[in-house]
Write a protein that binds this ligand. Sequence first.
Ligand code: GLA
Length: 470
Amino acid sequence: MIKIKRLVALGILTAMFISPFPLSVQNEKQALALDNNLGLTPPMGWNSWNIFGGNINEEKIKQIADAMVTTGMKDAGYEYVNLDDNWMANPARDENGYLIPDPIRFPSGMKALADYIHSKGLKFGIYGDRGVTTCCNIPQSGSQGYEERDAQTFADWGVDYLKYDNCASDSNLQAGYEKMRDALLKTGRPIYYSICCWYFAGPWLVDCGNSWRTTGDITDNWGSITRIIDENSKSAAYAGPGHWNDPDMLEVGNGNMTDTEYKAHFSMWCMMAAPLIAGNDIRNMTDATKEILTNKEVIAIDQDSAGVQGTKVSASGELEVWCKPLGTDGTTKAVALFNRSAAAADITVKWSDIGLDDGSVAVRDLWEHKDCGTFSTGYTANVPSHGVVLLKVSSADGAIMYGDVDGSNNIDAIDYSLIKMYLLGQISEFPASDGKLAADVDGDGQITALDFSLVKQYLLGVINKFPAQK
Ligand code: GLA
């Protein structure tokens, strides 16, 4: 592998590969895209469901808003206070067809609650459903056929975030979610659009939502965490600024896992550039829970502006190494040494596995808050069972170079423009590629969306070989 001191112009590349589709297709779709300038880094906040279920009222939510400020959650970056299901009256609409809150539990109304949350410098999120009822099954609670009216109601109340669920709905998933996207845009109020569709339903999600749930509901146990990590990783290439895979809200602090497991859960959500929506009772949390949720060094991994979702780069049984490139110069990465097994074990990350030159690589442990030194070929740590050692590594000797298609040993704008022209079909071969289909990484003679996502990950250093090169 050719090596250079600096990896330049990765920003251009990121922009180019942000969608797995050729640019002509992107342009065609742009008119329909969700263009609300929100979620440029994954959203951070709190949601009522994991801890309270349907048992919510305005007093509780106001106390949560207070706690967001007094516990340091707001200071750590959490901003949305989100109601989940069961805020509506039963039946959910008034005689004119407008959604109304439960008059006993939310006697002051939603505008007043939004005002209170805004007065704390926080943002207000609400919950709806694309079908005829929400998942709590309250009559008239779904937005099907009421999309524009409900979006306008939410905007009038001062809603900043909509989680839009998938219960009691017809099979036309894409049309249903696009209707609410368009209705939200029509209100003119910037409202983060959180699609709750329970699986990666297709690349159209990138243009439809600011994030989309990739799995069924999370539960507070280790099996749920590992299942979700695996599922959420399948669509890693579709994540980026403004559009994220959502592996569901956090269970940190809800009591059924150990603090080691909660640290691993939180670390992996940050590695996957996931929305960080706390799901515990932040009015009463232990110091350990607070330290996990407010660890700014770990949160910075999630919030890195390049917005690349980290992925697994190597594994030996249940011992895994995950990497998330940070920034755009290729020299800095977050690394998670992830131990799924029932016993503590040593795990090693090799620099060559994460696209870094051997040489002088500085390692910092983000849970210990300490610099570990510099290491020449890799780093080994002992990782507890169901635990993660989370590192930030920076190479003084530079990144391994990918994409030197003209053979000049420089990655420059011309390389990227050649790759772009090739993918757009404007040239038929790279100078260095002997006329092969350069992006046909699975070797089936076709360039597909899957290929593009692999090319993107390869060029960003997230994976170090294509399937066809094994
Ligand atoms: C679905 C969603 C959950 C939660 C509940 C509420 O199951 O996936 O996150 O919103 O509905 O009923």
